[in-house]
Design a protein around this ligand. Structure first.
Ligand SMILES: Cc1cc2nc3c(=O)[nH]c(=O)nc-3n(C[C@H](O)[C@H](O)[C@H](O)COP(=O)(O)OP(=O)(O)OC[C@H]3O[C@@H](n4cnc5c(N)ncnc54)[C@H](O)[C@@H]3O)c2cc1C
Length: 384
C-alpha cells in the first residue's frame, strides 16, 4: 500500500495551505471572538474549488479523487474547523447525496450551485428529542392527494442553518422507525421555514448552528430526494462519508497542534534551555506525532476504500472515532506544553481544543461509532 501523495495531491496541499494561511488563519481568532466567520469567505472558498472537490466537472466541481478531498479537509481543519464544517456539510453531507440519489433536475438545480459555493446547504436530521436515535425522528411530511408534501416539525443543532439556501430535511412519511423516513430538498426561503441561531457554544463559534422550525412548509413531490422511505438510508450513506470528512478535519487539528508545539517548544526557554529539551515535553510531542500518523492512516484507508468503490462504513467509523478522540488529546497536550500562554487566545491551541471537542459528538458520537464497529466485529446489533 503506497501512502505517498502524488505530485498533484502534494501541489493541491500547498495551494490550499497558502490560500488558507492568508484568508483564514489570519482572521480565525477575530472570527472566533465575533462568533461568526466573515461570510465573504464562502464565495472565496467556492472560487478556489473547495466546494466541488469530488463533484464531477459536468456539475461544476473539480472531479478530484477522495484522497485529495481528505487533504483539502485536513488543510481546512488545520486552518479553522469552522470553515471546514461549512464545506463538509454543504458539499460533503448534502451535495454528495444529491449526486448519488438526486434526479438530473435536482443535480442541475442544486448540485451545480453547491459545487461552486453559489448556494449553501444544510443537513436537517437531528431533532430536539432524537439525536443518536435519529431513526425515530418526529418531523412529518404529509402528501396531499398525490401532489405536494406539507412539512411540520423542528430540527436542532443544524450547521449552516441560518446561512443556507437549501436544507436537506429528513421527515416521516410513513411507519414509525427508520423505514418511514423520507428526504426533501427544501429551499430555505419557503413560507413557514424559520431558523434561530444557537449562541454560546464551547467551540465552532464562528459557524452558524441553528434550530429549524417547519410550519406547514409546502414542497412539490419533485423536492423529494430518493424514494419514499429511503430517507434514513440516504442519511446514513451521507454520514458514512461525512465521518471521513470529520476524521480528515481532525487530522488537520492534530497537525496544527503539532506544528504549534514544535514551534513554541523550540523557542520558549525555561531553566536556560528550550522547552523542547525536556524529556517530559518530548513525551507529549511524541504522543501527538504518533496519533497524527495513526489518525491520518485510518482516514486515508477509508478514503482509499471509497475511491475503489468498496464498503467503507466501518473504516469510516474507526477513522472518525480515533481521529476525533486523538484531536481532543492532542489539543489538550498542546495547551499543557504552552503553559499559561496556551490558555489565552493569543495562540491557537485553546481554540483547537474547543473546536475539537464537538468532533466526538456530531455525525455520530464516539459511543455510536463503537457500537457500529462492535456490530461489524460481533454480528450483534446493539441498536435493535
Ligand atoms: C455544533 C454542532 C453541530 C451539529 N450539526 C448538525 C447538523 O448539521 N445536522 C444535524 O442533523 N445534526 C447536527 N448536530 C447534532 C449532532 O449530530 C448530535 O448532537 C449528535 O448526533 C448527538 O445527539 P444528541 O446531542 O441528541 O445526544 P444524545 O443522542 O442524547 O446522546 C447523549 C449521550 O448518550 C450517548 N448515547 C446515546 N445513545 C446511546 C447508545 N445506544 N449507547 C450508548 N450511548 C448512547 C451518546 O453517545 C452521548 O454520549 C450538531 C451538533 C452540534 C453540537
Amino acid at each position: 500500500m503506497d501512502l505517498t501523495l502524488t505530485d498533484e495531491q502534494q501541489k493541491f496541499r500547498e495551494y490550499a495551505r497558502e490560500f488558507l494561511d492568508g484568508e483564514v488563519v489570519a482572521h480565525r481568532m477575530e472570527w472566533d471572538r465575533a462568533e461568526s466567520v466573515d461570510t465573504a469567505i464562502i464565495a472565496k472558498l467556492g472560487d478556489m474549488g473547495f466546494f466541488g472537490l469530488t463533484i464531477p466537472e459536468e456539475y461544476g466541481g473539480l472531479g478530484g479523487d477522495y484522497i485529495s478531498y481528505c487533504v483539502g479537509m485536513e488543510e481546512l481543519g488545520r486552518a479553522d474547523s469552522n470553515v471546514r464544517g461549512i464545506v463538509s456539510v454543504s458539499m460533503g453531507l448534502v451535495g454528495k447525496v444529491i449526486l448519488s440519489h438526486g434526479t438530473e433536475e435536482q443535480k442541475r438545480h442544486w448540485l451545480t450551485k453547491i459545487a461552486t459555493g453559489e448556494a449553501l446547504a444544510c443537513f436537517g436530521l437531528t431533532e430536539p428529542d432524537t439525536g443518536s436515535d435519529a431513526g425515530n425522528l418526529k418531523t412529518r411530511a404529509v402528501r396531499e392527494g398525490g401532489g405536494d408534501y406539507v412539512l411540520n416539525g423542528q430540527k436542532m443543532f443544524i450547521t449552516n442553518a441560518t446561512w443556507a439556501d437549501v436544507c436537506l430535511v429528513f421527515a416521516r412519511t410513513g411507519e414509525p422507525g427508520p423505514k418511514g423516513v423520507s428526504a426533501f430538498l427544501v429551499p430555505t426561503d419557503m413560507p413557514g421555514f424559520e431558523t434561530r441561531e444557537i449562541k454560546g457554544k464551547l467551540g465552532l463559534r464562528g459557524q452558524a448552528t441553528g434550530e429549524v422550525y417547519l410550519t406547514d412548509v409546502r414542497v412539490p413531490a419533485s423536492a423529494r430526494l430518493g424514494e419514499e422511505g429511503q430517507g434514513f438510508s440516504i442519511a446514513m450513506h451521507s454520514l458514512d462519508k461525512g465521518r471521513v470528512s470529520v476524521g480528515a478535519g481532525c487530522v488537520g487539528i492534530i497537525q496544527g497542534c503539532l506544528d504549534s508545539v514544535v514551534d513554541y517548544s523550540t523557542q520558549r526557554r525555561q531553566f536556560d534551555r528550550p522547552l523542547a529539551s525536556f524529556q517530559l515535553i518530548q513525551d507529549m510531542i511524541a504522543d501527538i506525532s504518533v496519533e497524527l500518523d495513526a489518525a491520518r492512516m485510518l482516514v486515508y484507508r477509508a478514503a482509499d476504500l471509497i475511491e475503489r468503490g468498496e464498503p467503507f462504513g466501518v473504516a469510516a467509523s474507526k477513522a472518525k472515532y480515533f481521529a476525533s478522540e486523538a484531536a481532543v488529546r492532542a489539543a489538550n497536550s498542546a495547551i499543557q506544553i504552552f503553559g499559561g500562554y496556551g490558555y489565552i487566545d493569543e495562540y491557537p491551541v485553546q481554540k483547537y481544543l474547543r473546536d475539537a471537542r464537538v468532533m466526538t459528538l456530531y455525525e455520530g458520537t464516539s459511543q455510536i461509532q463503537k457500537l457500529l464497529i462492535g456490530r461489524a466485529e460481533t454480528g450483534v446489533n446493539a441498536f435493535l
